[in-house]
Design a protein around this ligand. Structure first.
Ligand SMILES: *Cc1c(COP(=O)(O)O)cnc(C)c1O
Length: 382
């Protein structure tokens, strides 16, 4: 069976800006400066204006971005870094890769983000940093996280790969974009992200001049100047073609976000009175850019059956994420016990992400929602 409705529809999105993209790509080919071209500097500058953050440093991908951020903070072997237990695992992976220790914290079941009330009990004398992951398009509770970080002298790295453009409002009314709140923010331009390129790409952001210098150095083999290596770094670059493509797409990011929110509203209105489907919760302190539209299914629903029912009708769905991080073979350690993460476990059992993208329309939404209701009925739930 053909999958008619996929999680994202980049083909249609790109068709609408085909000539803009074509011209941008052609210009890079004309210049034939594919690495460290001017497009990268222009894009870094434009994104820094958009996000309201002083420095943007492009890099190879969103996972590298977190690794470079951790390297820049100069953490030592065995230092502990706090992360959510229900998450995309890039942060946990690079923490372990660098010889640091990931200390997982349960999530708030409404927002799916780290539960700030459960952070302090996990802090020890070795804790050096917190990495909140702004999941699905909404900010973590940054004001509380900033307060904890100040109290215990911790660094904050915001993993903003799913929430680029999200606005956080502090209790005094101040507003900031996610990624610009902590010491360092990171993001990914993987094609399916809200701002995606046509391959791999990522960026690191900070308001701190000193950190920015260090980050740029680390991403470039630790070079102070050509062939003068001051520290151990990595090779992680955003290339000129990706930067040129991202410059085009950044201009559309606000309208893309509006499209995603429109689709989310449609979904909400279909499901808000359905006892088997819980629609995504909106935090009072955060906008939502709906990288994912993730519903929570009641225990009565057989999620696998529902997914098959939808797939048989050409509709793709995904489970972001099926396994609590501490239960992954690669990330298990005595420091993290599944019994500590009941809400993360509940999330792995109940979440279902529905297609959401910039090309959604009423016909697609009606088809998805109608079939989802049909799937519930087929299980005797209506
Ligand atoms: C996609 C993603 C990453 C990793 O980005 P890559 O560019 O694929 O390395 C990291 N964290 C989160 C939350 C993500 O969604």
């Amino acid at each position: 069976m053909d999958v008619k409705i996929q999680m994202v529809d980049l083909k249609s999105q790109h068709a609408k800006i085909k000539s803009e993209l074509g011209n941008a790509i052609q210009d890079v080919i004309e210049s034939s400066i594919f690495v460290k071209g001017k497009e990268v500097a222009y894009f870094e500058n434009e994104l820094s204006n958009y996000l309201g953050v002083k420095h943007i440093i492009g890099c190879g991908n969103g996972t590298d971005a977190i690794q470079i951020a951790l390297l820049a903070l100069g953490l030592k072997y065995g230092d502990e870094v706090i992360v959510p237990a229900f998450t995309y695992p890039s942060a946990i992976e690079v923490i372990i890769l660098l010889g640091l220790s990931p200390i997982m914290v349960d999530i708030d079941i409404q927002s799916y983000n780290i539960d700030v009330r459960k952070i302090e009990s996990k802090i020890t004398s070795r804790t050096k940093a917190i990495i909140p992951v702004h999941l699905f398009g909404q900010s973590s509770e940054m004001e509380a996280i900033v307060q904890i970080a100040i109290k215990y002298n911790l660094f904050i790295i915001e993993d903003n790969a799913q929430s680029l453009g999200t606005v956080y409002t502090f209790s005094n009314g101040d507003k900031k974009r996610t990624g610009a709140i902590g010491h360092i923010g990171t993001t990914s331009f993987f094609p399916s992200k809200n701002l995606g390129c046509m391959g791999d790409g990522g960026a690191i952001m900070t308001n701190d001049d000193e950190l920015a210098r260090k980050i740029r150095k680390i991403a470039n083999h630790g070079q102070k100047e050509l062939y003068v290596h001051e520290m151990i770094g990595v090779n992680s670059r955003l290339d000129s073609l990706q930067a040129a493509i991202l410059r085009v797409k950044l201009k559309h990011l606000d309208s893309y976000e509006a499209k995603r929110n429109e689709a989310a509203k449609h979904y909400d209105s279909y499901f808000e009175n359905n006892e088997y489907v819980k629609i995504p919760f909106r935090n009072r302190y955060s906008t939502h850019v709906f990288h994912q539209y993730t519903i929570s299914l009641s225990k009565k629903v057989d999620r696998n059956k529902l997914r098959s029912y939808l797939l048989e009708r050409g509709i793709q769905t995904m489970i972001y994420y099926p396994i609590v991080a501490c239960n992954q073979l690669a990330y298990s350690s005595k420091n993290n016990n599944i019994l500590d993460f009941p809400m993360s476990e509940l999330a792995t059992q109940s979440v279902l992400s529905l297609p959401i993208h910039t090309e959604m329309n009423e016909t697609l939404l009606k088809e998805i929602c109608g079939n989802l209701i049909g799937g519930l009925r087929s299980q005797g739930l209506s």
